[in-house]
Design a protein around this ligand. Sequence first.
Ligand code: ADP
Ligand code: ADP
Length: 231
Amino acid sequence: ISTTGLVHIYRAHGHDVAALSGIGITVRPGELVGLLGPSGAGKSTLLQLCGGLLTPSAGRLQIGEHNLATMTEAELDRMRSGDVGIVLQGAGRNLIPYLSPLDNVRYAQQAAPRDREVPAAIDVLELVGLREQAESPLTALTPGQVQLCAVAVGIATMPGLLLADEPTSQLDHHARDEVLAAIRTINQRTGMTVLLITHDPEVAAALPRTITIRDGRIAAEGRSGEEYAVV
Ligand code: ADP
Ligand code: ADP
């Protein structure tokens, strides 16, 4: 991910809301980076821009080979269904409740571009630690396992980039640690780049690098434990 001067303005009820007012960040291939900041800072907006779910109002946004400012809707579609995985807020929002984890992963893989090679669905579930629950109904899973399934669906096509919006919120500590461990495992074993939003200081402390935004601007950046303010 590489952005310079990234701006996003929502037009709501006849007035403009500047959610991002010039963001420059770089996330290198294979990095695991946390995106922090208070509610309303612009974190979700930045994540959705990186995933091609929103279009930048101004500035440069490069995701791997893709320059998002110049992509057509068809190219964005292709990117979203293969190259970038997204886990949105609210456990299970990207899941089909009447399918098992295995079928949820297979379903996500069917949307991938035809020329893209995808791993066996069971191997994706193995990677997140859900092999034993692969064929259980989603209703039989714990909230933590549902979230692991959401992560598995996000990485079903083995995208180069995983974007996750608060993947550990609303979970107890044990489940939170399991989801975080799964994301670290994915990052370390496959080299997938990960950008994840978190409000949880303990999660942030466990990440190798964090970027903090406030009022649509970068407020701080740093290695874990040594964040420094950006002036
Ligand atoms: P969080 O702070 O946890 O990221 P929010 O409560 O800010 O989430 O936003 C939840 C949803 O509401 C998002 O989809 C966001 O796009 C939408 N939203 C937030 N603020 C507004 C607003 N002022 N007008 C319309 N939609 C909004
Ligand atoms: P965060 O994820 O850090 O909580 P968001 O990216 O959700 O922040 O929101 C950034 C700002 O943009 C907030 O002021 C929010 O109210 C506003 N916003 C978010 N989504 C929308 C929307 N769909 N329409 C209008 N304003 C929005």
